[in-house]
Design a protein around this ligand. Structure first.
Ligand code: TRP
Ligand code: MN
Length: 450
């Protein structure tokens, strides 16, 4: 009896106002009743992240906005359930720790470490349907929605995947907490994180830096310094807040303050495709206390940017709002300065980070969706130049990477060329920096920060 469901008031939570706003990029589930059953179940589950951690991250992001820290965000374009194994997660965490140490040491700045990890299972798509020959099926929207295999069954959106998303995120976060708080991230293991990676040019550079850090730590130890801060790291979890049913079902009221927090991750961002001011995504995120990111592509105007600040951070709370720009290497030097000027004139604080990946996707002559390391680095340099010109703060980078030795991005010190792409091209959506390209980027960004 579908009418019965219609008459039942959907949700009564204060953040459910998004339901009366246009919602783009949502899956069409065959059975609404199942969606309700799964989200009711999700609402009863323990939160994945905690309000105090989210508040700490907001403070860290505020520091990055002032130039007192630098944000490193990295991880998969799309996490998948089959790859949320201990090995894949460990290699990704190891890569992030190595990049963080290169940046911290190289730039003498605290690094705010954020993974696109433990929740990045949903993807916006340019088309609702995918056609292969005669067959038309729903597009793959990430493991949180459907399965990649091109069959009607696999591609039908399944709300039970929202519960699987929760479970994979929970298990991944558990592993992250063990790695970051249980001794593995101890700076005295700086050499150790390089083990198991194949020899490459970035490797020996890392080894000599690790040797310097090792000596510095030994020196401090000999001098009697206190080492508690060297033992652990905070690695925050982030993803694109795309699936509104999931994000709203994971929102909880913090008992200390009475404020709503989206407990599916510490940091949540809205993509370029879903950031319309009156849309459901902005509406939901305007109601939660988490630090929020918004992707800004080449079509963003200074007015858009100020309107987003009015909508998401009217009071100008430091650390609340991060803009993640993705302009393309060829255009960032022309397109970013006017946005920076507008925000500077407004006066409310924003943390600026660069996503140098998404504006620089190309198709290789061999038919692979790829990116060139040199072009990606050129966008990072353009980002620094634009901030330098306007007198604003380049607060961080946001990149797609994996700890595996894949061949998805061309260039870098190993000089991957188009013909290497076929060797280990594993991504289901966008091409990622591999382990050595990630390290290489950290070394180059550290130079820019000096
Ligand atoms: N806790 C400090 C930090 O997060 C130092 C630290 C310990 C560290 N282990 C690390 C830094 C691993 C980078 C990578 O900055
Ligand atoms: Mn991507």
């Amino acid at each position: 009896m579908p009418e019965l469901w219609e008459t039942v008031a959907p949700e009564t939570a204060p953040w459910d106002t998004w339901r009366s706003h246009p919602a783009l990029q949502q899956p069409t589930y065959p059975d609404e009743a199942e969606v309700r059953a799964v989200t009711a179940d999700l609402r009863s589950r323990p939160p994945l992240v905690f309000a105090g951690e989210v508040d700490d991250l907001r403070a860290d992001l505020a520091a990055a906005g002032r130039g007192e820290a630098f944000v490193l965000t990295g991880g998969d374009c799309a996490e998948t359930f089959v790859e949320s194994t201990a090995d894949h997660l460990r290699l990704k965490i190891q890569t992030l720790l190595q990049m963080a140490v290169v940046l911290t040491y190289g730039a003498s700045l605290p690094v705010v470490k954020i993974g696109r990890i433990a929740g990045q299972y949903a993807k916006p798509r340019s088309s609702d349907m995918e056609t292969r020959g005669e067959v038309v099926l729903p597009s793959y929207r990430g493991d949180a929605v459907n399965s990649h295999e091109f069959t009607a069954e696999a591609r039908t959106p399944d709300p039970h995947r929202l519960m699987e998303t929760y479970q994979h995120a929970a298990a991944s976060l558990n592993l992250i907490r063990a790695f970051t708080k249980g001794g593995y991230a101890d700076l005295r293991l700086v050499h150790h994180w390089n083990r198991g990676f194949t020899q490459n040019p970035a490797y020996s550079r890392y080894e000599s830096l690790a040797e310097e850090i090792h000596r510095a730590v030994k020196f401090m130890e000999a001098a009697g310094a206190d080492f508690d801060s060297l033992r652990e790291v905070d690695l925050y979890s982030s993803h694109e807040a795309l699936l509104l049913e999931y994000e709203s079902a994971m929102t909880r009221i913090d008992s200390r303050t009475g404020d709503p927090y989206d407990t599916s991750g510490h940091f949540l961002w809205v993509g370029e495709r879903t950031r319309d001011l009156d849309g459901a995504h902005i509406e939901l995120l305007s109601r939660v206390r988490n630090p929020i990111g918004v992707k800004l592509g080449p079509g963003s105007s200074p007015q858009d940017v100020v309107a987003l600040m009015d909508r998401l951070n009217p009071e100008g709370e430091p650390g609340r709002l991060t803009f993640i720009t993705r302009m393309g290497a060829g255009r960032i030097r022309e397109l970013l300065p006017p946005l920076l000027e507008a925000v500077k004139a407004d006066g409310r604080p924003v943390t600026w980070t660069t996503d140098p990946m998404h504006g620089n996707t190309i198709t290789s002559s061999t038919g692979y969706k790829t990116r060139s390391f040199e072009t990606v680095m050129d966008e990072v340099r353009g980002f620094f130049e634009a901030h330098d010109q306007v007198g604003t703060v380049p607060g961080g980078i946001h990149v797609e990477l994996t700890g595996d030795d894949v061949t998805e991005v061309i260039g870098g010190s190993e000089q991957l060329d188009e013909s290497s792409l076929e060797e280990r091209y594993e991504t289901l959506v966008d091409p990622r920096l591999n382990h050595q390209q990630s390290l290489e980027m950290a070394f180059q960004v550290a130079e820019l920060l000096r």
